[in-house]
Design a binder for this molecule. Structure first.
Ligand code: ADP
Ligand code: MG
Length: 227
C-alpha cells in the first residue's frame, strides 16, 4: 500500500509539473519568440547575426512543439474520470486546429451525429485527438481532405479519422508510437503518437491504422460506451 501511495504521489507531482510547464513556460516562450522575430527583421543585421537568430527561433519553435504534443491540455489533478461527449470534444479539437487546416488548405468534413458518451479524462481525450488530427493535417501540406466520423458499434463508440495525405509504409506504421520517431526533420518531436497510444490504453480503448503511401491514412479508435 505504501508503495502505491508513493506512486500516486509521484504521478500527482508529474501532472502538477506538466500543468505548470504548459502554463508558466508557454507565455515567456511566446514572448521570447516575438522579440527574436522582431530583432531578426532589422535590415542592418550581419549575415551571421541573422543566422544565429534564425537558429534561436527554430529552437524556440521546437520547445513550443514539445509542450504542445505533451502538455497542452494537462491540468493540475490526478487522472480524473468524467463523462465525455465524444462529438462535442472532437468539434472543440477541430476548432482549435482550424487555423492549421486553413494554412494547409485542408477541407474538413465531419459526421458527428452521435448521442453516446464515454468515460475518461476530458483533457487527455483532447490531447489525444489533437495529436492525431494535427498529424493528419501535417500529412497534407498542399491540401487535402480530413474526415472525422463517430458511430456506435456494439457496446463501443468508434471514431474514424482519415486524411488524404502522404501516407505511411507498413514499416512506418509499425514505428508509430515509438518515442522520438519522427519524419519531420527538426519540426517534429516524435512524441505525439506515443502520448496518443498511452492515453488510449489508459482509457481502455483500441486504435488501428490503415495507410497507403500517397493515398492517405485512416485511424480507427474505439472506446467502450458509457452505460
Ligand atoms: P511528429 O508529428 O512530431 O513527427 P508523432 O509521434 O506525432 O511525431 O508522429 C510520428 C510520425 O508518424 C510522423 O513524423 C509521421 O511520419 C508519422 N505520421 C503520423 N501520423 C501520420 C499521418 N496521418 N499521415 C502520415 N504520417 C503520419
Ligand atoms: Mg505529431
Amino acid at each position: 500500500l505504501r508503495q502505491q501511495i508513493e506512486k500516486t504521489k509521484k504521478m500527482e507531482a508529474v501532472t502538477h509539473m506538466a500543468a505548470a510547464i504548459s502554463h508558466e513556460i508557454r507565455n515567456p516562450l511566446t514572448s521570447a519568440k516575438g522579440f527574436v522575430q522582431f530583432v531578426s527583421e532589422d535590415d542592418n543585421l550581419a549575415q551571421t547575426q541573422k543566422e544565429y537568430l534564425s537558429i534561436a527561433l527554430q529552437e524556440l519553435n521546437q520547445a513550443e512543439t514539445v509542450i504542445r504534443d505533451y502538455l497542452t491540455f494537462s491540468k493540475p489533478s490526478i487522472i480524473s474520470v468524467e463523462e465525455i461527449n465524444v462529438s462535442e470534444e472532437l468539434n472543440n479539437t477541430l476548432k482549435i486546429l482550424q487555423p492549421l487546416s486553413n494554412l494547409n488548405s485542408v477541407q474538413v468534413k465531419t459526421d458527428l451525429t452521435l448521442p453516446g458518451q464515454i468515460q475518461g479524462d476530458r483533457h487527455k481525450f483532447h490531447q489525444c485527438f489533437f495529436n492525431i488530427i494535427k498529424n493528419c493535417i501535417e500529412a497534407m501540406p498542399s491540401g487535402g481532405q480530413l474526415y472525422v466520423k463517430t458511430m456506435n458499434k456494439g457496446t463501443n463508440i468508434l471514431i474514424t479519422i482519415s486524411d488524404t495525405g502522404v501516407g505511411m509504409s507498413e514499416q512506418q506504421i509499425h514505428r508509430l508510437g515509438e518515442p522520438y520517431y519522427s519524419t519531420k526533420e527538426g519540426k517534429g518531436t516524435g512524441l505525439g503518437m506515443m502520448v496518443v497510444y498511452s492515453i488510449i490504453r489508459a482509457m481502455n480503448g483500441t486504435i488501428s491504422v490503415k495507410s497507403e503511401i500517397n493515398k492517405g491514412t485512416t485511424f480507427l479508435i474505439s472506446f467502450p460506451r458509457k452505460v
